[in-house]
Design a protein around this ligand. Structure first.
Ligand code: EPZ
Length: 415
């Protein structure tokens, strides 16, 4: 596994372009199955997770061609409907292919995604939604076989506004007979992007971004081209990188409406934020103040930025509190921060962060995607050299992370 070597202490300065959203790209890549035709995607982030998703689509029989600033996917020749266990285990979000395969071909086989670095990640809400649509679910030897004669639109009430379950039910119902209503739907912006992509393809979906989504089944879908929304979590990551180093950076190609809870927290922490049409500028030259944060489903504070804020608050003045309400095991990176001199106590869902004057470089290991990024930020602020190992986790979700940080003045090398 590769590593980043970071010499800390530099304030980040300059401009950075935010890439396309990983969490919009993955369901949109799955959705290309539905039109059995061509989909041209612009602003697709070139990261391990999208590369993996393209590999799986090709395994199923699709063609994918990368051109300068676009990827053209042709799903007209898909002939397999089983997602290989090895790939399911490597990337649990490939479960999102199930909805499309079932929606288009009335069949899909996949293995239980298995837990991952941040929690058990069950898919019970996905499967309950499929069953309501008339899909038969058979579980044997760790595999899940889904099959349906017809898919009939239904009213589905989600126990929890699960992002993946909302997306999978949408994908399974686009070509269904009749209308599907999803109540207590997740409201994340990535679901709006999926709705816009599918409607451009000829689907009839409304309500994404609210807690009720209505899908009117259609018979056919057509070729489509689409520009993927900016990555709000990458944007938040770079804002935290400026905050923890006391820097001053400008993020371009970002949708500031997607990160309002993040911006207000950084302003509360004494950062100055300037919002323009497609850009956000942060000036963090004042001493950071402590915060109290609870992660919540959108439009609340995003769980994906929990670790980045915990890392940033290790050098704030005073004591901060983080409460992680979405995943049950999303503090695995904290012992690594403690190795760098952070003072953090974890008790169940809560982490109490006592601000310290300085962090010190150390050898640390990434435990997951966002936890790994949090260690990089700590290394940028620490005195001395930090080696962050197991960076494959980080490469899953951040495009050219080291190069973008180098351009902002960070002393970071990929080995
Ligand atoms: C999506 O994961 C994102 N991934 C996650 O981002 C993000 O953290 C999460 O939404 C919450 O915003 C992608 O979009 C690819 P959930 P997902 O279903 O769909 C429980 C990142 O770092 N749950 O909303 O898996 C689940 O265990 C990743 O980019 C069930 O109990 O999230 C969790 O506790 C990490 N049963 C909670 O709901 C289910 O059937 C939220 O999960 C489904 C979920």
């Amino acid at each position: 596994m590769g590593k980043y070597i970071i010499k800390g202490g530099k304030k980040l300065e300059g401009e950075v372009r935010i890439s396309g959203s990983k969490n919009a790209a993955l369901p949109i890549l799955a959705a290309t199955i539905l039109n059995s035709s061509k989909s041209t995607l612009y602003n697709l982030p070139d990261i391990h997770d999208t590369q993996m998703m393209l590999e799986i689509l090709k395994l199923l029989g699709a063609k994918a061609e990368k051109k300068k600033n676009k990827v053209i996917i042709d799903t007209s020749k898909i002939s397999k409907y089983e997602i290989p266990e090895s790939l399911m285990r490597q990337m649990r979000s490939s479960v999102i292919l199930a909805g499309s395969l079932i929606g288009k071909y009335k069949t899909a086989t996949f293995s239980y995604p298995g837990g991952c670095d941040i929690g058990s990640r069950p898919i019970d809400l996905h499967l309950k939604g499929f069953e309501k649509l008339g899909i038969a679910i058979q579980k044997e030897y760790g595999n899940i076989n889904c099959v349906a004669d017809k898919i009939i639109g239904e009213k589905i009430d989600l126990d929890f506004p699960s992002v993946g379950a909302t997306e999978n039910i949408i994908l399974a119902s686009v070509l269904a007979e009749g209308q599907t209503i999803i109540n207590n739907a997740a409201r994340e912006p990535e679901i709006i992007d999926l709705q816009n992509f599918l409607n451009k393809m000829g689907a009839k979906i409304k309500g994404a971004g609210s807690n009720q989504i209505i899908v009117q089944g259609v018979k056919t879908l057509k070729e489509v081209s689409y520009n993927i929304m900016p990555d709000r979590i990458e944007a938040g990551t770079f804002l935290c990188a400026a905050a923890i180093t006391g820097g001053n950076i400008k993020l371009n190609e970002v949708n500031s409406e997607h990160i309002t809870p993040v911006i207000s927290k950084l302003e509360e922490a004494n950062c100055k934020i300037k919002i323009e049409k497609n850009s956000v500028e942060i000036n963090a030259q004042k001493k950071l103040k402590s915060l109290e944060i609870k992660t919540m489903p959108y439009p609340g504070f995003p769980t994906d930025l929990q670790s980045l804020f915990v890392s940033t608050l290790t050098v704030a003045k005073g004591t901060s509190l983080m409460v992680e309400n979405i995943f049950e095991n999303r503090y695995k990176y904290i012992p690594e921060l403690v190795r760098m001199g952070a003072k953090i106590m974890v008790e169940g869902k809560s982490a109490v962060i006592k601000g310290v004057r300085k962090l010190y470089g150390a050898n640390v290991k990434a435990t997951d995607l966002r936890g790994g990024a949090a260690l990089v930020l700590a290394g940028l602020a620490a005195k001395g050299v930090t080696n962050v190992e197991n960076i494959e986790y980080i490469l899953r979700g951040y495009e050219n992370f080291d190069i973008k940080l180098q351009k902002l003045g960070a002393n970071i090398l990929l080995e």
